[in-house]
Design a binder for this molecule. Structure first.
Ligand SMILES: Cc1cc2nc3c(=O)[nH]c(=O)nc-3n(C[C@H](O)[C@H](O)[C@H](O)COP(=O)(O)O)c2cc1C
Length: 344
């Protein structure tokens, strides 16, 4: 079975990629993911805040050195504010890239175009095969317009594109009024791939303690639907590879994303839950699924159910929304029923 895949110019042996998480920050786990059949791995992000903290510390050391004041050193920030310092991150990129046979994708996570984008070059020099940019940004500044925010993303992509020659992927939020048009703009600005979508970790409220609770919940398969829809809409219409992230737990989830048009399918929650070996289950499951349909490579299924390739493109549009609402069946005598929608 040929599961080989081209992802933003990188040749992968399988379309299953381990996305950024603590699991991809340790060499033994990276090797286990490679053994389990991963086509590539994305390292955990180096955050702009980590880089900026390190820069502040270096500046403080030089000022203290120039003043030759031993007491000044007691005021310097300690470097334990963040788990991984920028130089340690470069070591991780260097080590993973030299020890793994599969492509290693590094990840930079920031919100504004600033000095952290300079790290892109250092990451490239450290041996990364590609760079994923996670532009995590909540637009809580109410003076910013949608266009301001889009421009911020485009500026970051432009800045990084000028600094590196390796492929760049942009891990994108779904919260744009026209994600499709914006995706085209990102590709024109130099993004070689789009990763749909960034999963935001919103706080909730603890009503007993009257405080904000920031707890991380792993994903479920049902969260696939939004990225799946945009994957299907964008497939074949954009000059960039498409990576699906969010909600991949089973072989069926992998196949769904490929049918919608994903070039690669990424996973984190399922690997954190079941360990790196789970990736092998899904690679084997995908091969078995194809084999049972007498298909021998992924080209046969990739994008088969994308908007461009289906008889009724409105299934991904408003017309389907109306039919789904109208097709909801209630059961007499019951108030709450599972939404069983007839196949329309
Ligand atoms: C514990 C944890 C840590 C993560 N760290 C990062 C990170 O450093 N950078 C990043 O871009 N995404 C990070 N993610 C997001 C994942 O890469 C992934 O996009 C998200 O979990 C959705 O995929 P899933 O449904 O397979 O979990 C993290 C997710 C989890 C659960």
């Amino acid at each position: 079975m040929d599961l080989s895949t081209n992802y933003m110019g990188l040749q992968l042996r399988s379309p299953l990629v381990a996305s950024a998480s603590p699991l991809t920050g340790e060499l033994p786990q990276l090797l286990a993911l490679q053994d389990a059949g991963a086509g590539a791995v994305v390292l955990p992000s180096l955050f702009a805040e980590q880089i900026e903290a390190e820069t502040r510390r270096h500046n403080a050391i030089s000022i203290a050195g120039a003043a030759s004041s031993p007491e000044a050193r007691s005021y310097l920030p300690e470097p334990d504010e963040y788990q991984l310092q920028a130089y340690q991150y470069l070591d991780l990129v260097r080590c993973a890239s030299s020890k793994l046979e599969i492509p290693v994708i590094a990840s930079l996570n920031g919100a504004t175009e600033a000095s952290w984008t300079d790290y892109a070059r250092q990451i490239e020099d450290a041996g990364a095969s590609a760079l994923e940019l996670n532009i995590y940004f909540i637009a809580s500044d109410l003076s910013l317009s949608g266009r301001d925010i889009e421009q911020r993303y485009l500026n970051i992509v432009h800045a990084v594109r000028q600094r590196v020659a390796i492929p760049i992927a942009v891990k994108l939020s779904p919260y744009f009024s026209a994600p499709g048009h914006f995706a085209l703009e990102l590709a024109a600005a130099g993004a070689n791939a789009l990763v749909l979508f960034n999963r935001f970790y919103q706080p909730d409220i603890d009503t007993a303690r009257l405080s904000i609770r920031n707890n991380l919940e792993l994903s479920r398969s049902s969260e696939m639907r939004l990225p799946l829809m945009w994957m299907a809409i964008l497939h074949g219409r954009i000059n960039a590879s498409l990576a699906a992230t969010t909600g991949v737990h089973t072989t069926d989830d992998v196949v769904q994303y490929l049918l919608a048009g994903a070039d690669v399918v990424m996973m984190t929650s399922a690997l954190l839950e079941h360990g790196p070996g789970h990736l092998r289950t899904l690679v084997d499951g995908l091969a078995a699924w194809l084999d049972s349909r007498d298909m021998h490579d992924l080209d046969r299924i990739r994008g088969m159910l994308s908007q461009r390739n289906i008889a009724r493109p409105e299934d991904y549009q408003r017309a389907n929304y109306i039919k789904i609402l109208q097709g909801y069946e209630t059961t007499p005598g019951r108030h709450a029923v599972p939404p069983t929608v007839r196949h329309l």
